[in-house]
Design a protein. Structure first.
Length: 72
């Protein structure tokens, strides 16, 4: 395996881990919303879900853009 392949595999792994962390955050927020009895924890859970969804959508795309190779 060449160095370029190792770098590509490591970057792909980072993208997968970031997506999984976002999904875990969204699930945490959903659990918080479902188990909360007051409005404050429900609002916090909603904020966590929305920020996790934004993380899932924005962070991997920005990392891929940063790591994009230049055309030769």
């Amino acid at each position: 395996m060449t160095d370029a392949d190792k770098v590509a595999q490591r970057r792909w792994s980072v993208l997968v881990v970031v997506r999984m962390a976002g999904v875990a955050g969204a699930l945490l927020g959903l659990i918080l919303i479902a188990r909360a009895h007051d409005w404050a924890p429900k609002i916090l859970g909603t904020a966590i879900v929305l920020s996790a969804m934004a993380m899932i959508a924005i962070v991997p795309r920005s990392l891929a853009h940063r790591w994009r190779s230049t055309p030769e």
